[in-house]
Ligand binder design. Structure first.
Ligand SMILES: NC(=O)C1=CN([C@@H]2O[C@H](COP(=O)(O)OP(=O)(O)OC[C@H]3O[C@@H](n4cnc5c(N)ncnc54)[C@H](O)[C@@H]3O)[C@@H](O)[C@H]2O)C=CC1
Ligand SMILES: CC(C)CCC[C@@H](C)[C@H]1CC[C@H]2C3=C(CC[C@]12C)[C@@]1(C)CCC(=O)C[C@@H]1CC3
Length: 345
């Protein structure tokens, strides 16, 4: 009988490793002596010693070579949340995640760490210091959230000690940092178009924004603590900066540091949310004849006007998690990394 080569526990694969979080994760893993293979539909950079596998995660045959000899897989691929393509979200986040699990089992992978999202419990209403035992959103606010819920359930339910296959999910919130393609670029684009003058609601709502290196730290701790007798098997973990901040103070700090004016005038939350909903409906109805993407989507308005911050006590207790970069330092490092987004640049 052929003996199966046991994969080295320092050999891992990062699915979605060309993305914002994925690339930060890959760079840290390489620094820590892991041998990493990256799987993505695109290649966005090169690093000495890194193997890239290009393909769609829905294609098991394309995935298998990337997982060969890996004992650990990080799955942090997803379509961009701003897309409203339901079919794409279902195909990649749900069907694709089934394929990832199947491929892991076939390749003899022992640990799967999923990047989920704290938004899986967010329904557009206030969440203050939310714990992991909050129920999944019954009315998810968009297709992204709807499919992230199903994806997380699939991965956590696949955890099986008998099969020597252990899983865990990390739920970050509002990731920011150098090379982020979403938060700061969208904010600056909105300011440049003169649309960042208004604060939605009274401006006191508290939110978590998490520096990308803390999210990476949470992922690696989860991977290294994932063992058959560990309490973390099959569980989700919030990873945040553990420093909830007023949404509008955070936005203003970033804008001012880049040379733009902070928003000053208040608009009632319910009015803006209603308008955003109307615009979204209009964009759906007119889609066959006219294509436009509103900046203020119902999801963004809900995120900008409600409290949504989460407790990471469970991660502190089970993973020994503690943020490694403070919010203040994270904002400084982020702003410095975007010279081209400064006013007048
Ligand atoms: N950015 C944020 O604030 C938050 C992100 N997340 C989650 O973190 C993960 C990473 O997000 P980001 O780095 O921000 O996004 P990103 O868009 O920068 O990275 C996602 C990567 O997935 C790849 N990808 C997409 N579809 C694929 C497919 N079919 N096959 C192979 N690769 C594919 C993309 O090419 C991209 O490189 C995602 O799962 C996201 O849901 C969770 C909470 C907050
Ligand atoms: C136009 C302004 C009112 C807002 C500009 C900033 C927003 C683009 C971001 C503020 C909170 C962010 C956020 C996400 C994306 C970018 C923001 C909406 C996520 C939806 C990304 C994916 C997740 O899993 C949850 C995030 C919550 C916070």
């Amino acid at each position: 009988m052929a003996t199966r080569v046991r994969p080295s526990n320092k050999r891992c694969a990062v699915i979605g490793g060309s993305g914002f979080l994925g690339r930060h994760l890959v760079e840290t893993l390489v620094d820590r002596g892991y041998s990493v293979s990256v799987f993505d539909i695109r290649q966005s950079y090169e690093l000495p010693g890194l193997t890239f596998h290009l393909g769609d995660l829905c294609d098991e045959q394309a995935l298998l070579p990337a997982l060969k000899n890996a004992s650990l897989v990080f799955h942090c691929a997803s379509p961009a949340p701003a897309s409203d393509d339901r079919e794409l979200f279902e195909r990649v986040n749900i069907q694709g995640t089934r394929t990832v699990i199947q491929a892991c089992l076939e390749a003899g992978v022992q640990k799967l760490v999923l990047t989920s999202s704290a938004s899986v419990v967010f329904e557009g209403k206030d969440i203050k210091n939310g714990q992991e035992d909050l129920p999944y959103a019954r009315k998810p606010i968009d297709y992204y959230t709807e499919t992230k819920i199903e994806q997380e359930k699939l991965v956590l339910q696949a955890c099986d000690r008998e099969k020597d296959f252990l899983t865990v999910a990390i739920r970050p919130h509002g990731i920011f940092g150098p090379r982020d393609p979403q938060l700061v670029p969208i904010l600056v684009d909105t300011a440049r178009r003169g649309k960042m003058k208004f604060i939605i609601g009274d401006g006191t709502n508290l939110v978590d924004f998490t520096f990308v290196e803390n999210v990476v730290h949470g992922h690696i701790l989860a991977a290294e603590n994932l063992r058959p007798n560990s309490p973390i098997c099959g569980k989700p973990y919030h990873i945040t900066n553990d420093e909830p901040v007023r949404f509008w103070d955070f936005m203003s700090e970033v804008l001012v540091a880049l040379g733009y004016a902070a928003p000053r005038f208040h608009l009632p939350y319910i009015l803006v949310y209603g308008l955003a909903l109307l615009l979204w409906l209009l964009s759906m109805i007119l889609r066959p004849v006219l294509s436009f993407k509103p900046t203020f989507t119902p999801m963004r308005v809900a995120l900008a006007g409600t409290h949504h911050y989460y407790s990471c006590d469970r991660a502190k207790q089970d993973l020994g998690y503690k943020p490694v970069v403070s919010l203040k330092e994270g904002i400084q490092r982020t702003v410095q990394s975007y010279p081209h987004l400064r006013k007048g640049a």
